[in-house]
Design a protein around this ligand. Structure first.
Ligand code: ATP
Ligand code: MG
Ligand code: MG
Ligand code: MG
Length: 465
């Protein structure tokens, strides 16, 4: 029968049983005693399983001894307790079948040497086979499964929101256009320009920047919902924390205040951190060795402590008084830059913090206005090493105040009809947030560039197209 590497190493296959493991050679070492040690990995866990191959096998000298890193194989053998250090079980091989050889093993960059992340991004074939990408993808998978599990266990319904949309959620103008236009025969305006208002079967259409407005309408009838899907931003941000295509988790909760969703964010983050610590200890150990020696201990510390809450106004005072020279100076009313966010989380607190009650004028129209007339009930969760990972708010549920804001900001009133209807018919206080999923993966793994925590990065000037 077939077994995956993780099943063998975790002792799920009884000793003395014969199994076949299929995967790729990580390393081969020949001993003078006439046996070879072949490490095979299949992605099921960080480690590779060691197969001990005796010289008696019929293809020993013409195949086994020619195996190089990256060759694909099926190795049949008996499961035995491992003699070597660190590994629990290994295979006493009785048969080695080679599926595929590696062309030019001397020059092909599959050698077990360490490549830079930039280099790997240019090799869509090599990148997934590296230890680091394997570890990132397993942790990413655990995080997404844990997020769904967290919401499911807490009574939230997963609502999928559309990818093709007509309106720009925040009026920030950072959308990719979707077009059905026949490029050889595009409709023109009176002035002779391309008439984009016709581009999606006679309407304008864009890729979604956020599912929030859509998911609000389901929260205002199903009470507890979330969406988890791809979102797109046509911002020309060449930073290590922005992608053109990224995934967002957006819970929305009826009958809730800002503090309710701040607590929800804290509970959710602790839940998923615990899941990673429990389910991916090997991968996390690897990140601790390779990237940040505190990769594991800092998650453990967060799980066992309470998040610090801080008001925007107090944060400005801290930043002004801290004596640090920032590239962008701060004063009350400015939007915080990543350098400020990182200072607060990394140096001032040393853990993720929840920053609340931002100035109204730097925030979106739908955020609920506070009594002071100057701030809105908005929050960001800021993480050390990365800055904002979550942005959320209480939503303005009072139609008159919402309308006034839409007018003040010169947004097209007619596009928000359904949104305004939610306030006309049985309006309720409600709140929610958006978690940038790749920022979460980058934070948990410690990987520096967000492009390296998504299978196929899409970003301005990215090498991957
Ligand atoms: P930033 O200030 O970092 O540009 P934002 O305030 O513009 O982020 P929001 O509109 O609040 O972002 O989106 C919600 C969350 O989505 C953010 O907290 C962040 O985690 C994530 N996010 C936003 N833009 C991007 C992007 N271009 N690539 C990856 N994640 C993003
Ligand atoms: Mg932004
Ligand atoms: Mg922001
Ligand atoms: Mg934000």
């Amino acid at each position: 029968s077939y077994a995956s590497v993780v099943d063998i190493l975790e002792g799920k296959i009884p000793v003395d049983e014969t199994v076949t493991v299929r995967g790729w050679v990580r390393t081969r070492r020949d001993s003078k005693a006439g046996i070879s040690f072949i490490n095979v990995h299949d992605g099921s866990c960080f480690e590779a399983v060691q197969a001990v191959v005796p010289a008696e096998l019929p293809n020993y000298s013409n195949e086994v001894q020619k195996l190089t890193t990256g060759c694909s194989v099926a190795i049949t053998g008996v499961v035995v307790p491992s003699q070597g250090q660190g590994q629990s079980f290994e295979l006493q091989a009785t048969k080695v079948h080679v599926y595929g050889w590696v062309e030019d093993p001397d020059t092909y960059p599959m050698a077990p040497k360490r490549h830079s992340m930039e280099y790997l991004r240019e090799y869509a074939h090599l990148r997934p086979r590296t230890n680091i990408t394997g570890a990132v993808m397993r942790v990413r998978n655990t995080l997404s499964q844990a997020i769904h599990r967290f919401f499911h266990e807490n009574g939230y319904l997963w609502v999928s929101t559309p990818i093709i949309t007509t309106s720009d959620c925040e009026g920030a103008g950072e959308m990719f256009r979707v077009s059905t236009l026949d490029l050889l025969n595009v409709p023109k305006t009176d002035k002779g320009d391309v008439d984009f208002s016709q581009d999606f079967f006679g309407k304008e259409a864009f890729l979604t920047v956020s599912g929030q407005l859509n998911v609000e309408s389901y929260a205002c009838s199903l009470s507890k919902v979330y969406t988890f899907g791809p979102t797109f931003r046509a911002e020309n941000s060449n930073t290590s924390r922005h992608l053109s295509e990224f995934w967002m988790v957006e819970p929305e909760l009826a009958f809730a205040s800002l503090d309710d969703v701040a607590d929800l964010a804290e509970d959710m983050l602790k839940y998923v951190f615990k899941a990673v610590l429990q389910e991916r200890p090997d991968d996390m150990e690897f990140f601790a060795k390779r990237i940040n020696s505190e990769a594991v201990s800092r998650l453990e510390a967060i799980v066992n402590s309470n998040f610090v809450h801080m008001d925007y106004t107090d944060a400005i005072e801290i930043l002004k008084g801290c004596g640090k020279k920032f590239e962008y100076p701060v004063e009350w009313g400015v939007d915080l830059q990543s350098e400020h966010e990182r200072y607060l989380a990394e140096e001032h607190v040393g853990a993720p913090i929840i920053l609340k009650n931002y100035p109204r004028d730097i925030k979106a129209f739908y955020m609920r206005q506070n009594e002071d007339g100057k701030t809105v009930a908005a929050m960001d969760v800021l993480a050390p090493g990365i800055g904002e990972i979550i942005g959320g708010s209480a939503r303005e549920e009072r139609l008159d105040i919402l309308d006034k804001r839409i007018e003040e900001m010169n947004l097209p009133m007619e596009e928000y009809e359904f949104y305004r209807d939610l306030r006309r018919y049985g309006t309720v206080p409600h709140a929610g947030f958006g978690l940038g999923f790749e920022r979460l993966v980058a934070y948990v793994t410690g990987v520096q560039n967000i492009r390296d925590v998504i299978p196929f990065p899409r970003a301005p000037k990215s090498a991957e197209f």
